[in-house]
Design a protein around this ligand. Structure first.
Ligand SMILES: Cc1cc2nc3c(=O)[nH]c(=O)nc-3n(C[C@H](O)[C@H](O)[C@H](O)COP(=O)(O)OP(=O)(O)OC[C@H]3O[C@@H](n4cnc5c(N)ncnc54)[C@H](O)[C@@H]3O)c2cc1C
Length: 348
């Protein structure tokens, strides 16, 4: 029997879609991704990007306060016992994601821990294949496979992730460790300027490190960087190593010139990567219409429809602009409602 709704992914978009679909009696089946070394390396393990971070201060509904008792109460013991102890006020990324997953399961969502590796959207019901060999048929599909931030690939960068290395200024910029300190932004496009501009509200100086001698950003954005007195452009350099120690996390970066052999060090309490994201859409190549950056294209304004009728997309996999947990959750809700209405129209 074909599933009514199959949801692929496990970030805020997928779990929100599952909560809505389950409460509408659509009995959703979620493929949440596999626990593999490749997914670990790529940052695409189940529970999505938010599970890679510590504090989440901007998801509504979690003001400062001790969640310990609530976590013990709301999460199944089998999950809770393997989670890091709740240490901070408010909610952490992994806690928030476990809570969303639990909420979806409480309403009857079935969850399979595997990747979808192939889809056939050529006829209905749709067919998908999982890494482990499962073949599933579904009348509607919600793709919520997210995106992953690009990093430089340095060991030192990996070591200081969440301890000064970040790929999201809007998410992390306001945290105390970044306030009134010099910061580094790596990149030279529009989003790098946006990140630097945003961080300049908190930092003493923002060094924008770019490997060329001019920004790739549009003129209006480049002018914004030049005019911002707190932004200092560091041309023709790449980050060679992130400097730091166990007590303080990031303390600076070592730069390598791209035009000669010289190196220099910059003192900074954080390094923000702004060198793009990679949407998790490789398995959808040729199956759905995509943007030039390989994000799924939403084909109807203010809807989550894709180029294939009955297939909907939610979250960062279709959104290279907002990229926030709450916006991903919002479009997850939209996708479930869109799928529900589409199924009703089909008499399913
Ligand atoms: C370090 C960091 C910190 C952040 N901090 C914040 C913050 O404080 N506040 C905020 O609002 N946002 C934050 N963000 C952004 C936020 O995490 C994302 O916007 C949000 O997680 C996007 O959700 P999503 O549902 O689209 O998918 P994602 O969170 O990207 O998750 C998608 C998941 O789907 C699964 N998947 C992928 N491919 C497949 C497949 N083929 N089959 C099955 N499953 C698959 C994978 O497990 C993947 O991780 C942060 C991001 C990062 C990287």
């Amino acid at each position: 029997m074909a599933e009514k709704v199959l949801i692929i992914g496990s970030g805020p978009a997928a779990w929100t879609a599952a909560i809505y679909a389950a409460r509408a009696n659509l009995e959703p089946l979620v493929y949440e991704g596999a626990i593999t070394e490749d997914n670990q390396m790529n940052g695409t393990l189940p529970l999505g990007q938010l599970a890679l971070t510590t504090e989440v201060e901007n998801y509504p509904g979690f003001p400062a306060g001790n969640l310990e008792g609530y976590l013990d109460d709301s999460l199944h013991k089998s999950i809770r016992q393997f989670m890091a102890p709740h240490q901070k006020e408010g909610v952490s990324g992994p806690e928030l994601m476990e809570l969303m997953r639990q909420q979806a399961k409480n309403f009857g969502t079935r969850v399979v821990t595997d990747d979808i590796v192939d889809v056939d959207f050529g006829g209905r019901p749709f067919k998908v294949r999982a890494r482990g060999g499962d073949q599933v048929e579904a009348h509607s599909v919600i793709v919520a496979t997210g995106a992953r931030a690009n990093y430089l690939g340095l060991d030192s960068e990996e070591k200081y992730k969440n301890r000064g290395v970040s790929a999201c200024a809007v998410c992390d910029g306001a945290l105390p460790r970044f306030r009134n300190k010099p910061l580094v932004v790596v990149g030279g496009g529009d989003s790098a300027v946006e990140e630097a501009d945003y961080l300049s509200k908190f930092a003493t100086t923002v060094y924008m490190v770019h490997r060329r001698d001019q920004l790739r950003a549009s003129k209006i954005m480049a002018d914004r960087a030049m005019e911002n007195k707190k932004i200092e452009l560091v041309w023709n350099n790449t980050v060679d190593e992130v400097l730091g120690n166990d007590a303080d996390g990031v303390t600076g970066v070592r730069l390598q010139s791209t035009v000669d052999d010289s190196k220099q060090e910059l003192e900074a309490s954080g390094m923000f990567l702004a060198i793009g994201h990679t949407p998790n859409t490789a398995f959808l190549e040729g199956k759905l219409e995509m943007t030039p950056k390989r994000y799924i294209r939403w084909t109807v304004p203010f809807r989550t429809n894709t180029s294939v009728e009955g297939v909907f997309a939610a979250g960062d996999v279709a959104d290279d602009y907002y990229r926030q947990a709450v916006t991903a959750a919002g479009t997850g809700c939209m996708a479930a409602l869109d799928a529900e209405r589409w199924l009703a129209g089909q008499g399913i």
